[in-house]
Ligand binder design. Structure first.
Ligand SMILES: [Zn+2]
Length: 248
Protein backbone atom coordinates (compact mmCIF):
# COMPACT_ATOMS: atom_id res chain seq x y z
CA UNK A 1 0.00 0.00 0.00
CA UNK A 2 1.32 3.43 -0.89
CA UNK A 3 1.45 6.03 1.84
CA UNK A 4 -0.46 9.25 1.17
CA UNK A 5 0.35 10.73 4.61
CA UNK A 6 3.28 12.86 5.69
CA UNK A 7 4.05 14.91 8.78
CA UNK A 8 4.28 18.64 8.21
CA UNK A 9 4.94 20.91 11.17
CA UNK A 10 3.94 18.02 13.43
CA UNK A 11 0.58 17.48 11.70
CA UNK A 12 -0.56 14.74 9.31
CA UNK A 13 -1.16 16.02 5.80
CA UNK A 14 -2.35 14.33 2.61
CA UNK A 15 -0.01 14.27 -0.38
CA UNK A 16 -2.50 16.24 -2.47
CA UNK A 17 -2.33 19.19 -0.11
CA UNK A 18 1.43 19.78 -0.46
CA UNK A 19 3.91 20.77 -3.17
CA UNK A 20 5.69 18.24 -5.40
CA UNK A 21 8.96 16.53 -4.49
CA UNK A 22 11.14 17.64 -1.60
CA UNK A 23 9.41 21.02 -1.67
CA UNK A 24 6.58 19.35 0.27
CA UNK A 25 8.58 19.78 3.46
CA UNK A 26 7.17 16.59 4.97
CA UNK A 27 8.68 13.91 7.20
CA UNK A 28 7.84 10.22 7.47
CA UNK A 29 5.34 9.80 10.34
CA UNK A 30 7.31 6.77 11.61
CA UNK A 31 11.07 7.34 11.10
CA UNK A 32 10.91 11.14 10.64
CA UNK A 33 13.13 11.03 7.53
CA UNK A 34 12.37 13.62 4.78
CA UNK A 35 9.75 12.60 2.24
CA UNK A 36 9.23 13.44 -1.43
CA UNK A 37 5.71 13.94 -2.73
CA UNK A 38 5.15 11.91 -5.91
CA UNK A 39 2.27 13.40 -7.82
CA UNK A 40 2.42 11.94 -11.30
CA UNK A 41 -0.39 11.43 -13.79
CA UNK A 42 -0.47 7.63 -13.77
CA UNK A 43 0.20 6.28 -10.27
CA UNK A 44 -1.85 7.19 -7.22
CA UNK A 45 -0.20 10.15 -5.51
CA UNK A 46 2.01 9.07 -2.63
CA UNK A 47 5.07 9.88 -0.53
CA UNK A 48 8.48 8.25 -0.84
CA UNK A 49 11.46 8.48 1.50
CA UNK A 50 13.98 10.93 0.03
CA UNK A 51 17.00 8.79 0.96
CA UNK A 52 15.53 5.88 -1.03
CA UNK A 53 15.25 3.42 1.84
CA UNK A 54 11.70 2.95 3.03
CA UNK A 55 11.25 2.21 6.74
CA UNK A 56 7.96 0.50 5.79
CA UNK A 57 6.07 1.92 8.77
CA UNK A 58 4.97 5.35 7.54
CA UNK A 59 1.42 4.40 6.61
CA UNK A 60 0.92 2.24 9.70
CA UNK A 61 2.02 5.04 12.03
CA UNK A 62 -0.11 7.55 10.10
CA UNK A 63 -3.19 5.39 10.63
CA UNK A 64 -2.41 5.05 14.35
CA UNK A 65 -2.18 8.83 14.56
CA UNK A 66 -5.45 9.24 12.65
CA UNK A 67 -7.23 6.70 14.86
CA UNK A 68 -5.91 8.42 17.96
CA UNK A 69 -7.10 11.86 16.90
CA UNK A 70 -10.50 10.49 15.82
CA UNK A 71 -11.12 8.76 19.18
CA UNK A 72 -9.78 11.75 21.06
CA UNK A 73 -12.10 14.14 19.21
CA UNK A 74 -15.20 11.94 19.28
CA UNK A 75 -14.54 10.68 22.84
CA UNK A 76 -16.12 7.32 21.98
CA UNK A 77 -15.18 4.06 20.39
CA UNK A 78 -17.68 1.67 18.84
CA UNK A 79 -16.95 -1.81 20.15
CA UNK A 80 -17.62 -5.12 18.43
CA UNK A 81 -20.26 -7.16 20.24
CA UNK A 82 -19.10 -10.07 22.37
CA UNK A 83 -21.04 -13.13 23.50
CA UNK A 84 -19.46 -15.67 25.82
CA UNK A 85 -20.22 -19.25 24.73
CA UNK A 86 -20.14 -22.30 27.03
CA UNK A 87 -17.01 -24.40 27.27
CA UNK A 88 -18.09 -27.34 25.13
CA UNK A 89 -15.21 -29.49 26.30
CA UNK A 90 -17.10 -29.75 29.61
CA UNK A 91 -20.44 -30.41 27.94
CA UNK A 92 -19.48 -33.21 25.61
CA UNK A 93 -22.49 -35.25 26.81
CA UNK A 94 -24.76 -32.63 25.19
CA UNK A 95 -23.08 -32.70 21.78
CA UNK A 96 -25.43 -35.15 20.09
CA UNK A 97 -28.47 -33.39 21.48
CA UNK A 98 -27.09 -30.09 20.21
CA UNK A 99 -26.23 -31.37 16.76
CA UNK A 100 -29.58 -33.18 16.34
CA UNK A 101 -32.11 -30.63 17.51
CA UNK A 102 -30.41 -27.43 18.58
CA UNK A 103 -32.67 -27.40 21.65
CA UNK A 104 -30.81 -24.83 23.73
CA UNK A 105 -32.23 -21.33 23.90
CA UNK A 106 -29.86 -18.43 23.23
CA UNK A 107 -30.11 -16.98 26.73
CA UNK A 108 -28.64 -20.23 28.09
CA UNK A 109 -26.11 -20.68 25.31
CA UNK A 110 -24.52 -17.23 25.52
CA UNK A 111 -23.83 -14.45 27.95
CA UNK A 112 -23.69 -11.01 26.40
CA UNK A 113 -20.54 -9.20 27.51
CA UNK A 114 -20.71 -6.35 25.02
CA UNK A 115 -24.02 -5.61 23.26
CA UNK A 116 -24.11 -4.80 19.55
CA UNK A 117 -23.42 -1.17 18.60
CA UNK A 118 -22.08 -0.36 22.06
CA UNK A 119 -20.21 2.94 22.19
CA UNK A 120 -17.65 3.16 24.96
CA UNK A 121 -17.01 6.64 26.33
CA UNK A 122 -13.30 7.36 26.30
CA UNK A 123 -11.66 9.83 28.70
CA UNK A 124 -8.16 9.67 27.27
CA UNK A 125 -6.23 8.01 24.42
CA UNK A 126 -2.58 7.08 24.68
CA UNK A 127 -0.46 6.33 21.62
CA UNK A 128 2.13 3.55 21.53
CA UNK A 129 2.83 3.54 25.28
CA UNK A 130 5.06 0.70 26.44
CA UNK A 131 3.41 -1.92 28.70
CA UNK A 132 5.94 -4.44 29.96
CA UNK A 133 7.44 -6.12 26.89
CA UNK A 134 4.89 -4.86 24.41
CA UNK A 135 3.70 -1.60 22.89
CA UNK A 136 -0.05 -1.51 22.16
CA UNK A 137 -1.00 0.70 19.20
CA UNK A 138 -3.44 2.72 21.30
CA UNK A 139 -4.79 2.59 24.84
CA UNK A 140 -8.27 3.99 25.51
CA UNK A 141 -8.75 4.95 29.14
CA UNK A 142 -12.28 4.99 30.60
CA UNK A 143 -12.75 5.74 34.31
CA UNK A 144 -9.19 4.62 34.94
CA UNK A 145 -9.70 1.29 33.12
CA UNK A 146 -7.62 0.53 30.05
CA UNK A 147 -8.74 -0.98 26.78
CA UNK A 148 -6.01 -1.80 24.28
CA UNK A 149 -6.74 -1.01 20.66
CA UNK A 150 -4.77 -2.69 17.91
CA UNK A 151 -4.97 -1.30 14.39
CA UNK A 152 -3.99 -3.93 11.85
CA UNK A 153 -2.53 -2.53 8.66
CA UNK A 154 0.51 -4.54 7.62
CA UNK A 155 1.15 -6.62 10.73
CA UNK A 156 -1.39 -8.09 13.10
CA UNK A 157 -0.75 -9.15 16.68
CA UNK A 158 2.32 -11.38 16.96
CA UNK A 159 2.71 -14.36 19.31
CA UNK A 160 4.71 -12.38 21.87
CA UNK A 161 2.01 -9.75 22.13
CA UNK A 162 -0.78 -12.35 22.31
CA UNK A 163 1.02 -14.21 25.08
CA UNK A 164 1.43 -11.00 27.09
CA UNK A 165 -2.26 -10.10 26.55
CA UNK A 166 -3.44 -13.50 27.76
CA UNK A 167 -1.03 -13.73 30.69
CA UNK A 168 -1.97 -10.28 31.96
CA UNK A 169 -5.70 -10.68 31.20
CA UNK A 170 -5.93 -7.46 29.21
CA UNK A 171 -8.94 -6.37 27.20
CA UNK A 172 -7.91 -5.94 23.57
CA UNK A 173 -9.87 -5.08 20.43
CA UNK A 174 -8.32 -5.28 16.97
CA UNK A 175 -9.57 -3.28 13.99
CA UNK A 176 -8.41 -4.67 10.68
CA UNK A 177 -7.57 -2.19 7.90
CA UNK A 178 -5.21 -4.54 6.05
CA UNK A 179 -7.09 -4.78 2.76
CA UNK A 180 -7.93 -1.18 2.04
CA UNK A 181 -6.86 -1.13 -1.57
CA UNK A 182 -7.30 2.55 -2.19
CA UNK A 183 -6.13 5.48 -0.13
CA UNK A 184 -6.82 5.17 3.57
CA UNK A 185 -9.76 7.43 4.08
CA UNK A 186 -10.11 9.50 7.28
CA UNK A 187 -13.91 9.38 7.08
CA UNK A 188 -13.98 5.63 6.64
CA UNK A 189 -11.78 5.14 9.71
CA UNK A 190 -13.98 7.56 11.66
CA UNK A 191 -17.17 5.75 10.67
CA UNK A 192 -15.72 2.37 11.60
CA UNK A 193 -14.25 3.42 14.93
CA UNK A 194 -16.97 5.71 16.19
CA UNK A 195 -20.20 5.58 14.18
CA UNK A 196 -21.28 2.33 12.60
CA UNK A 197 -20.01 -0.79 10.99
CA UNK A 198 -21.74 -0.19 7.70
CA UNK A 199 -19.01 -0.64 5.13
CA UNK A 200 -16.72 -2.37 7.58
CA UNK A 201 -15.82 -5.83 6.36
CA UNK A 202 -12.80 -8.00 6.97
CA UNK A 203 -9.75 -5.94 6.06
CA UNK A 204 -11.73 -2.70 5.91
CA UNK A 205 -11.99 -1.86 9.56
CA UNK A 206 -13.97 -4.72 11.06
CA UNK A 207 -13.27 -5.01 14.77
CA UNK A 208 -12.89 -8.20 16.81
CA UNK A 209 -12.19 -8.98 20.44
CA UNK A 210 -8.73 -10.48 20.87
CA UNK A 211 -9.30 -10.83 24.61
CA UNK A 212 -11.77 -9.53 27.18
CA UNK A 213 -11.06 -9.26 30.86
CA UNK A 214 -14.45 -10.83 31.76
CA UNK A 215 -14.55 -13.53 29.09
CA UNK A 216 -13.15 -16.47 31.06
CA UNK A 217 -15.47 -15.89 34.01
CA UNK A 218 -18.46 -15.53 31.68
CA UNK A 219 -17.59 -18.78 29.90
CA UNK A 220 -17.48 -20.54 33.27
CA UNK A 221 -20.85 -19.06 34.26
CA UNK A 222 -22.52 -20.10 31.00
CA UNK A 223 -21.03 -23.58 31.30
CA UNK A 224 -22.24 -23.99 34.91
CA UNK A 225 -25.68 -22.72 33.96
CA UNK A 226 -25.87 -25.21 31.08
CA UNK A 227 -24.89 -28.00 33.47
CA UNK A 228 -27.72 -27.00 35.84
CA UNK A 229 -30.33 -26.84 33.07
CA UNK A 230 -29.09 -29.91 31.22
CA UNK A 231 -27.45 -32.12 33.83
CA UNK A 232 -25.25 -35.00 32.83
CA UNK A 233 -27.44 -37.97 33.72
CA UNK A 234 -24.54 -40.34 34.20
CA UNK A 235 -23.05 -37.93 36.75
CA UNK A 236 -26.40 -37.69 38.52
CA UNK A 237 -26.51 -41.46 38.88
CA UNK A 238 -23.04 -41.48 40.41
CA UNK A 239 -23.95 -38.63 42.71
CA UNK A 240 -27.12 -40.40 43.92
CA UNK A 241 -25.10 -43.49 44.64
CA UNK A 242 -22.61 -41.42 46.67
CA UNK A 243 -25.47 -39.80 48.57
CA UNK A 244 -26.95 -43.19 49.33
CA UNK A 245 -23.65 -44.42 50.64
CA UNK A 246 -23.26 -41.27 52.76
CA UNK A 247 -26.76 -41.63 54.19
CA UNK A 248 -25.94 -45.12 55.33
ZN1 LIG B 1 9.92 6.15 7.42
Amino acid sequence: MKNPYGLKDGKLVLVDSVERGLMCGCLCPACKEPLEAHKGKIKTHHFKHHNGSDCGCGLETAIHLLAKSIIKNEKVILLPSLMAPPDWSQLKYLETQYLDNKPFPDHLMFKELVPAWYKLRVDEVLLEKRMGHIIPDLIAVTKGKQLFIEIKVTHGIDDKKLEFIEENELSVVEYDFSEMQDMIDYNHIKRVLTESYKGATKGRGLGRWVNHIGLQKAIEEVTENMKIHYPDKTLKKNWEQTQLQLDC
